[in-house]
Design a protein around this ligand. Sequence first.
Ligand SMILES: [Zn+2]
Ligand SMILES: [Zn+2]
Length: 273
Amino acid sequence: MHRTVCSVATLTLLIGLTATTTVTDTFAQSFGQITRTPIANKLSLLSVGEAVNGAFVGNMVLLEDSGEALLIDTGVPQIANDLLVGLRDSGFTLSWVVNTHHHLDHIGGNDAVMTLGAGVLDPQESRTVTVGESKVVVQKLPAGHSESDYLVHFPQQDVLVVGDVFVPDQYPFVDLSRGGTVGNLLEAIDVALALAGPDTKIVPGHGEITGRAKLQELRTIIAESLESVGNLKKQKLTEEEVMRMQPTRKYDAVWGRGFVGPVAWVRQVYRSL
Ligand SMILES: [Zn+2]
Ligand SMILES: [Zn+2]
C-alpha cells in the first residue's frame, strides 16, 4: 500500500515537473510589459492590464504551432517594441497577422511586427489557413463596431476572437462615422453565437475571456434596445426625448459604466435606425 502511495506521489511529482517544464519552455519569452497567459492548447493571450500612457490596449492572441505562429491584433504603438522583441526572440516564424479591426488600440504595433515578414489576413468574406496543425478561420463580419470587423475562429481549440464587437459588461461602441450600425452589430454577434458551443472560450476586444452566455446576454440587450428605441422613434420622438426616457435603464447599472454610457448607447441605437 505504502509503495502504491509512493508511486502515485512520484508519478504526480513527475507529471507536475513535466507540466511545469513545458509551460516554462513555451512561455519563457519576455514580452516586457505585456503579460502572456495560456488560453487553450497552443493559444495564448497577450494583454496589458493597465492603460499605457492613457491608451487602453486591445487584447492580442498568439497561436504557436510547430514552429509557426499567427498573431491577432498588435496593441498600441507604445508597446510595439515589447511585442516585436517578444515575438522575435520566441524562435518561431510569424506567418500571419490578423487585425480584428482598424482602431489604433488594435493595430498600433502592425508596422513593427510586419518587419518580421508576416502576411496580413484580411479576406473579403471568409478564409481558412493552417498554422502548424491548427486551422484558423478568419471571417469578415457585417459593419457593426467599425467598417472592418473580423472574427477569428479556432475550431480545434474551441476559441473565438471577436474584437470590439463584444466587450463584457460594456455597451458596445458603434463607430457610426465609419459605417458601423447597431443592427449590423447584432448580425455580427449572431455569426459568433452560431459558432459558439457551451464550452467555447470567447476572447473580447478588451477585458476578460468569457463564454457564450455573456455574449447571448449582450445579444438580448441589443435586440431589446433596437425594439424599444425603434418604437419611440416611430412615434416621432426626438433623440433627446428618447434619451430622457432611459429606455435601457434596467441594463444601465451593469452595462453602462464603460466607454459607452447609457445616453451614448441610446444615441447610437437611435442613429442606427
Ligand atoms: Zn479596442
Ligand atoms: Zn475598436
